[in-house]
Design a protein around this ligand. Sequence first.
Ligand code: RB5
Length: 145
Amino acid sequence: MIALGSDHGGYALKEEIKKYLTEKGIPFIDFGTDSEESCDYPEFAEKVCRSVLAGESEKGILCCGTGIGMSMAANKIRGIRCALCSDGYSAEMTRRHNDANVLSLGGRVVGPGLALEIVEIFLRTPFEGGRHARRVSKVMALEQS
Ligand code: RB5
């Protein structure tokens, strides 16, 4: 299960991602928003992240205008490792090395073709573990500081 959320700036991209996931037969939950009417991205970041942390969703995907506000909000939530990606290499490496559990995309930054490539890479790439697990543990320990 993939949790999806956007604000108005990422709404169109979220809809593209829904079409892509539907075509691929990948189940998702859409936590909104449901239109291009102005709204506040932290509310949707929180819903998606809570779904991931509850184990209801394996990963989350957030879209706003730049992807920045969504990633900032998501990374405030303990247990979330959200990566803002605008290229496929970063999407691959953040899964392999950072075990990112949420992807953030900027609907006003990346076009739908590139965004779907990033989504595809993010969803299919496993975490490498090993020395990266130690480093991720150290990242997560910073939440306690
Ligand atoms: C909304 O205008 C915009 O600020 C939002 O989508 C996002 O880019 C924030 O980081």
